[in-house]
Ligand binder design. Structure first.
Ligand SMILES: NC(=O)c1ccc[n+]([C@@H]2O[C@H](COP(=O)([O-])OP(=O)(O)OC[C@H]3O[C@@H](n4cnc5c(N)ncnc54)[C@H](OP(=O)(O)O)[C@@H]3O)[C@@H](O)[C@H]2O)c1
Length: 294
């Protein structure tokens, strides 16, 4: 049974492949640039070139696959582009699609929750079976903040420092994806995936301070100032506005929910932010110390 994994060179898709390799699955990775995925090919992963913007490439890549993992970065055309993938999968004869969605999909007015729900509905109407994975904020988002933390001793964010959020490790999300791609029993299910605790950015700051052995402070930035700074940095306005909507919802407590779904499915606890911070800083230190600078 061949499993097609999109986003194979990305954050979650890459981890899905790692988990599928552990499960000795037959994997085909959808990639735009074969060279970027040479390490996957070296591990026995078949590569198929394809682009969400070119539906014909998707159908060719999906042909012969029984199940598929659907993920792409947030994009102003995300609903249409993921729709291209779903239509191509239907035409190619795929049976089951596991879609990476977002926590509270369809429940909140924010753009990302609305777009993901539209894509979920498209998939539900496709005739294929489906599993929606709806994770909360990923711990891996900290990669965007770590260098500023180290250099300035501060973690800047527009969400208030005492807001509880049940962050989840992307590797835990990927482990659930691999389970749903390889085992039956998850057809037509939506899984809300969270960590086991809802913690504040103040607490996150302390975990990183301890891991880095450095004094750090959390500084809340006004959303308008955050937007202006990031616009000046070249980030698209639609994305910043969508993210600000999401942060507003989280600020009002929508991101604090804790579900037992991960533990129920995986029979173990999800990773904690404290352990994630320690591991991340350790890996970062090792990379800096490596003579190859890898
Ligand atoms: N971050 C969070 O806290 C969070 C929480 C919940 C849900 N989510 C959802 O997670 C998704 C993002 O996941 P991620 O972090 O794994 O994304 P990511 O790391 O940015 O993944 C990017 C992957 O998608 C591929 N890709 C991009 N455009 C493509 C295209 N046109 N055709 C084919 N492949 C394309 C990239 O390939 P290349 O290597 O060729 O660029 C790369 O493999 C979003 O839908 C977001 O809403 C995120």
């Amino acid at each position: 049974m061949t499993i097609l994994v999109s986003g194979a060179t990305g954050n979650i898709g890459g981890e899905v492949i790692r988990h599928l390799l552990e499960r000795k699955a037959s994997i085909r990775a959808l990639v735009r640039d074969r060279q970027k995925a040479a390490n996957l090919e070296a591990q026995g992963v078949e590569l198929a070139q394809g682009d969400f913007n070119q539906p014909e490439t998707l159908e060719a890549a999906l042909r012969g696959a029984e199940t598929a993992f659907l993920v792409m970065p947030n994009d102003s055309h995300q609903v249409r582009l993921e729709g291209n993938f779903i239509d191509a999968a239907t035409r190619a004869g795929v049976h089951h699609v596991v879609k990476l969605s977002v926590l509270r999909s369809g429940e909140l007015p924010s753009t990302f929750q609305q777009w993901h729900r539209q894509i979920e509905e498209h998939l539900e109407a496709s005739g294929m079976t489906w599993t929606h994975l709806r994770p909360n904020m990923l711990m891996q988002n900290m990669r965007w903040f770590i260098e500023t933390m180290v250099q300035q001793g501060a973690f800047y964010h527009s969400i208030a420092g005492d807001t509880p959020i049940s962050h989840i490790d992307a590797r835990d999300v990927a482990a659930v994806a691999a389970l749903c791609l390889t085992q039956s029993g998850h057809e037509n299910q939506a899984y809300a995936l969270t960590g086991a605790e809802a913690i504040s950015f103040e607490q996150v700051t302390q975990y990183f301070a301890s891991a880095l052995s450095q004094s750090l402070q959390f500084i809340q930035v006004a959303p308008a100032d955050m937007k202006a700074a990031r616009l000046a940095n070249g980030e698209p306005e639609w994305y910043l506005d969508a993210e600000a909507q999401l942060f507003e919802c989280w600020q009002s407590g929508a991101g604090a929910m804790i579900t037992p779904t991960y533990s129920d499915l995986m029979q173990r606890s999800p990773n904690t932010f404290e352990s994630y911070a320690r591991e991340y800083v350790q890996a970062r230190t090792q990379n800096f110390q490596s003579p190859a600078g890898a």
